[in-house]
Design a protein around this ligand. Sequence first.
Ligand SMILES: CCCCCCCC(=O)CC(=O)SCCNC(=O)CCNC(=O)[C@H](O)C(C)(C)COP(=O)(O)OP(=O)(O)OC[C@H]1O[C@@H](n2cnc3c(N)ncnc32)[C@H](O)[C@@H]1OP(=O)(O)O
Ligand SMILES: NC(=O)C1=CN([C@@H]2O[C@H](COP(=O)(O)OP(=O)(O)OC[C@H]3O[C@@H](n4cnc5c(N)ncnc54)[C@H](O)[C@@H]3O)[C@@H](O)[C@H]2O)C=CC1
Length: 310
Amino acid sequence: MASFFTQLARRGFSSSAVRNLVIKHVTIIGGGQMGAGIAQVAASTGHSVTLVDTNDDILKKSIKGIEGSLKRVVKKKFADKPQAGEEFLQKVLRNVSTSTDAASVVHGSDLVVEAIVENLKIKQDLFGRLDMVAPEHTIFASNTSSLPITDIASSTNRLDRFGGIHFFNPVPVMKLVEVIATSATSQETFDSLLNFSKALGKTPVSCKDTPGFIVNRLLVPYLAEAVRLHERGHGSKEDIDIAMKLGAGYPMGPFELADYVGLDTTKFIIDGWSEKDPGNPLFSQIELLNKLVAEGKLGKKTGEGFYKYK
Ligand SMILES: CCCCCCCC(=O)CC(=O)SCCNC(=O)CCNC(=O)[C@H](O)C(C)(C)COP(=O)(O)OP(=O)(O)OC[C@H]1O[C@@H](n2cnc3c(N)ncnc32)[C@H](O)[C@@H]1OP(=O)(O)O
Ligand SMILES: NC(=O)C1=CN([C@@H]2O[C@H](COP(=O)(O)OP(=O)(O)OC[C@H]3O[C@@H](n4cnc5c(N)ncnc54)[C@H](O)[C@@H]3O)[C@@H](O)[C@H]2O)C=CC1
């Protein structure tokens, strides 16, 4: 039987594309909560990272956030060696550069991780543009919470080198990464994403390209039901949060977690799924969530969501 590499070569891949599997340079697009966290962890594990966002002010904020989060890590990891801790921090920061123009920086990338707004069209536009300029061997991956990887990948001509890599918030703390293969993702791409996740010190699990993969398929209906339970007058937000923390062992209650994740992201997910599966009561609209998002109360990141943070 022909080797895997031979089979790939027969399917039109050059040997240079096949050989270049170790991910060293990563471009991360979107410097928000997730992108900044992924950049931090990748840079901390010796990868060279370019972080991209739409403007320099956002990127300055991302770097400041990375520095703050790194200080928490360093304080713990180098408790008895502050000098070594400071050196580590500076070394990690040197591994991160920034840009507002993704197309001009992907030429040296082994992997592009997208962590921009949860909107299919915007993600497709981004990947479609990058596909024309990125090297042949570059793997594309999305950190989407809920959109089909197959749909995002459809704007490119590298379906075999496209997968999902779903991190959890806060990225420096949460150990899980869901690695998602579509029906077109090559085994090699999947393995590279698994190995990259392990190189970041994470524990990867393998997922199919189904709505919400594993964690969000279970977490989102739970969160939605918590808000509905509150809307029905069957529990205060505070009591529901306390109940789930003390009764089910969750580190945060559902309202705290939704505020932490972002109510806009939570709404994007529920809207997308209810549009695709309108009869499914699990994904029916949630009035209170819609109201808060319409008021710009998006959770912790805007200072108010279900709770106030100012
Ligand atoms: C909502 C449903 C809709 C889903 C929408 C889509 C979302 C997705 O696609 C997928 C997701 O990410 S779902 C969210 C997953 N995340 C969670 O469930 C987080 C739950 N919360 C926690 O684990 C802790 O409260 C947490 C770790 C956050 C904080 O812990 P504590 O309350 O104990 O607070 P701390 O004592 O401050 O922190 C504990 C240790 O962690 C370190 N730390 C926390 N944040 C950090 C950060 N940003 N960077 C670096 N280190 C950080 C902190 O230093 C502390 O360390 P130790 O001193 O060793 O304990
Ligand atoms: N918030 C969470 O807990 C989690 C979110 N995700 C997913 O990660 C992605 C990002 O989420 P967050 O970091 O929470 O969002 P966020 O709102 O904190 O950050 C998104 C960033 O992307 C930037 N951006 C938007 N369009 C862009 C473009 N075309 N080019 C470059 N930058 C662009 C924005 O300026 C912003 O800084 C979403 O797909 C979300 O579903 C995945 C796991 C957990």
